[in-house]
Write a protein that binds this ligand. Structure first.
Ligand SMILES: [Zn+2]
Length: 119
């Protein structure tokens, strides 16, 4: 198991397993957040946080929402707006202790343009 938490600790996300790879994306929002994504499903990542602790930000076609902690501002994940057990949670691996993700391959996704991995 692997735990991600925001700076103040109010938001915690548990992942059942270590990700095989992490993704940095070049799109307009991911580059601003500086996020490093660990892709999970709602079944493989558990968010341990009361809803009032976070704010969700939706943009563009509003199909996904980015969550940040109301206290420390850390952006911890994005999720699809429509939530099922199989729907994606992308957990921001910057919230994980660096030793826990050491050595995991980091891939670059060109979300700004071609929508392909460019590594
Ligand atoms: Zn926080």
């Amino acid at each position: 198991m692997l735990t991600a938490n925001c700076h103040c600790g109010d938001v915690q996300i548990e992942l059942v397993r270590k990700p095989k790879s992490l993704t940095q994306c070049t799109c307009s929002i991911c580059r601003r957040y500086g996020a490093l994504w660990a892709y999970c499903t709602r079944k493989s990542a558990r968010v341990l946080t009361a809803p009032e602790i976070e704010t969700a930000y939706r943009w563009n076609d509003k199909a996904i929402e980015f969550y940040h902690c109301n206290q420390c501002g850390c952006m911890t994940r994005y999720e699809s707006v429509e939530k099922t057990v199989a729907s994606r949670i992308a957990v921001n691996a910057r919230m994980m202790p660096p030793p826990d993700i050491e050595g995991v391959v980091i891939r670059t996704f060109d979300g700004a343009d071609t929508w392909k991995y460019i590594d």
